[in-house]
Write a protein that binds this ligand. Sequence first.
Ligand code: F6R
Length: 247
Amino acid sequence: PVKVYPNQNEASVDVAHRIASIIKEKQAKGETAVLGLATGATPVKVYKELVRLHQEEGLSFKNVTTFNLDEYYPMKPDADQSYVTFMNKNLFDHIDIPKENIHIPDGTLAEDAVQSFCEAYEQKISSLGGLDIQILGIGRTGHIGFNEPGSAPNSGTRLVILDDLTRRDASRDFGGKENVPTKAITMGVGTIFKAKEIILMAWNEKKAEIVKKAVEGEISSDIPATYLQLSDHVEFVLDQDAASHLT
Ligand code: F6R
């Protein structure tokens, strides 16, 4: 289903409240909430509202475990552009999540160590009972996580090559496309699909065309986000501009 909001603020607050209610349901049962998180511009206001809920309304993240979708490769965790830095700044530094509960793909591994890292990442998610919710943005290539065109529906966590358009879109953060890593480690489409609930968010006119293809287009590896049409537990959360090309 598609839900269109007047603006990204209202949409983001709603998504944050959905996440908070999962955390509280799990807390009530003495269980861990397992969250699949995204980086980039799209989820920033969701994290802002989660931080507010923590600071002003006492929402605790003590029973929360997180798995981020992806990280550039190679990437040092303390670099300005790393997804570790992004998550610390936007969320983790401001909440009471135990540090050992945070998982982000490791951009510092030697290439021959990546595969076993990826297998362990999948294993860790399953051993905790799977992701209770996965939030997603969408890239202009139609990627979810960094599953670029050509990704298989059953793909797992792995090292991938970034699409040229994705690197161009990231060039501002890196001061030029030539500085954007050519690779990344990402959860697979199959990993994302196993989440009990999936929320894909998109804002602004800039995403309208790819959102139309993702929601209404033919299901194809050319636009990996189209695979989400096959899921019965996905929600597309859009602002009016991102929804403006839908029929
Ligand atoms: C980020 C990720 C990507 C982004 C997508 C949109 O962890 O997996 O798929 O969600 O590239 O990026 P923004 O939100 O910056 O438009």
